[in-house]
Ligand binder design. Structure first.
Ligand code: ZN
Length: 155
């Protein structure tokens, strides 16, 4: 690693420790030439994950967009940190499928699964857009399947 002080490419690592909740390794380095200490981060580069839209178009998976959609459905009901970890979980689940390409349906279903565990209202709001509800009977249907799937939480 080139020293930011003198530009010499000769350092020794004086300390390594996990950073950012285990997603990265932080290394303290010391330049052998000028003695300057500096820090580098090493993190895993995940392979690209692509989403096949209904139109057939392929776009890069974007966790921020997933989070955005979830936040809109959960507006005023779920805290952002909870939504952020749910969006991370969506990405983990999609990557766990093992392919480099997922369909937008698979993304939507993962989002629904996460919202279901967070908040029923957010879940139904998202479902109404995702499943393209046409009328109140669609909501009723979704709600009854929700009640069947999981007994209502005792608040
Ligand atoms: Zn140096």
């Amino acid at each position: 690693m080139r020293c930011p002080g003198c530009g010499t490419d000769d350092d020794r690592v004086v300390d390594s420790r996990p950073a950012l909740a285990g997603d990265a390794i932080r290394r303290r380095r010391e330049c052998r030439s000028c003695g300057l200490r500096f820090t580098t981060f090493e993190r895993v580069e995940l392979p690209e994950l692509a989403v096949r839209k209904r139109s057939g178009r392929l776009v890069a998976f974007d966790r921020a967009r997933v989070l955005d959609g979830m936040a809109r459905a959960a507006k005023g009901r779920v805290d952002l940190p909870d939504l952020e970890s749910a969006a991370a979980e969506v990405e983990r689940e999609l990557r766990a499928l093992g392919g480099r390409e997922v369909s937008s349906e698979q993304v939507g279903l993962q989002v629904l699964q996460q919202l279901r565990t967070l908040d029923d209202v957010a879940y139904v709001r998202f479902a109404s857009v995702y499943k393209d509800f046409q009328g109140p009977e669609d909501f009723e249907l979704e709600l009854s399947s929700l009640r069947k799937a999981a007994p209502p939480k005792t608040a």
